[in-house]
Write a protein that binds this ligand. Structure first.
Ligand SMILES: NC(=O)c1ccc[n+]([C@@H]2O[C@H](COP(=O)([O-])OP(=O)(O)OC[C@H]3O[C@@H](n4cnc5c(N)ncnc54)[C@H](OP(=O)(O)O)[C@@H]3O)[C@@H](O)[C@H]2O)c1
Length: 283
């Protein structure tokens, strides 16, 4: 029986990923750990815990994901996202396990006019992006059998996200201001989990981009959420990223080209609008 260890299992993606892996991978034991069981910042602890469990695959989705928080706490961002990933890679290497690592569109600077492919040159604009990129590099240097899945704009039932934040704010105020100069693909954690399971079934290696189909700005995404929730009375004002003035810069265009995922597994994630409607319908 194969054993998969998911680190970061209590997070937004983890809570959807575990049941989906359990139902879609046969003859596989899926174990979920989070901060209570393992702290990937600690090298010897991480190595010994992975060594004792002896999983065949380690999926590292544990991360410091507060993008603006990373800007203010640079050292902590690198401790978790870069050094933590290094420790996981070293632990996996000792027992010959495959490592799967979730990375981000924020490793790109957004200057490309078309969607980013896996071999495009990274050039992060913020600390979060740099720390996640360093995690990619540590993994590539240490474990030959690695799978790096870059995704973006995640939302899911088990974590704070853009959809829940728009709905909460719409209940509190009549006008919302949302940035209209960043383009990407909102991605549902349930759909992403299906793509991860498919890549595991194919025993894929290397870098893959995975996101829901279609593109929009955060402004258009916000409008769609309100319309689909019958809250059109709340008006949305488009603003620039500069006007919002958040600590971390974000790429203006970070759409991920997902053709490699499709060619490898046959999986094409549905249009983001369809996924959002299903998420909203589930309440
Ligand atoms: N969210 C997005 O839009 C997005 C976009 C692109 C890529 N990603 C990547 O996708 C993955 C999953 O994201 P997510 O949104 O599900 O993140 P999340 O909800 O923040 O979940 C991450 C989990 O990791 C745990 N964790 C943090 N530090 C840890 C440590 N030192 N040791 C062990 N566990 C630790 C967190 O615990 P605490 O909550 O207690 O800190 C949390 O349960 C991450 O690798 C992220 O970088 C996310």
């Amino acid at each position: 029986m194969k054993r998969i260890l998911v680190i970061g299992a209590q997070g937004m993606l983890g809570k959807d990923l575990l049941p989906i892996l359990r139902s879609s991978l046969k003859e596989t034991e899926v174990i979920g750990w989070d901060l209570e069981e393992i702290d990937i910042r600690h090298e010897s602890d991480t190595l010994s815990k992975i060594g004792n469990l002896r999983p065949h695959i380690v999926i590292n989705i544990a991360a410091y994901t507060d993008v603006d928080g990373c800007e203010k706490n640079r050292d902590e961002a690198f401790r978790v996202n870069a050094e933590g990933t290094k420790h996981v890679a070293e632990g996996a290497k000792e027992i010959g396990a495959k490592v799967v690592y979730l990375s981000t569109d924020y490793i790109f600077d957004g200057k490309k006019k078309e969607p980013y492919i896996e071999t495009d040159l990274p050039c992060p604009l913020n600390v979060y992006g740099w720390s996640k990129l360093k995690g990619e590099e540590y993994l590539q240097e240490r474990v030959e059998d690695h799978l790096i899945i870059r995704t973006q704009w995640l939302y899911g039932r088990h974590g704070k996200n853009f959809v829940s934040s728009v709905l909460r704010q719409a209940r509190e105020k009549p006008v919302l201001s949302i940035v209209d100069d960043q383009t990407g693909s909102p991605t549902y954690t349930v759909d992403l989990s299906g793509a991860i399971a498919a890549l595991l079934r194919y025993d894929s290696r290397g870098i893959f981009h995975a996101a829901n189909d279609g593109v929009c700005t955060w402004y258009a995404f916000g409008q769609f959420i309100l319309k689909s929730s019958r809250m059109e009375k709340v008006s949305v004002v488009p603003i620039s990223s500069e006007a919002l003035s958040r600590p971390a810069a974000r790429p203006s265009q970070s759409v991920l080209d997902t053709r490699k995922l499709r060619q490898e597994t046959g999986v094409r994630l549905r249009h983001w609008s369809e996924a959002v409607q299903e998420y909203l319908a589930a309440g």
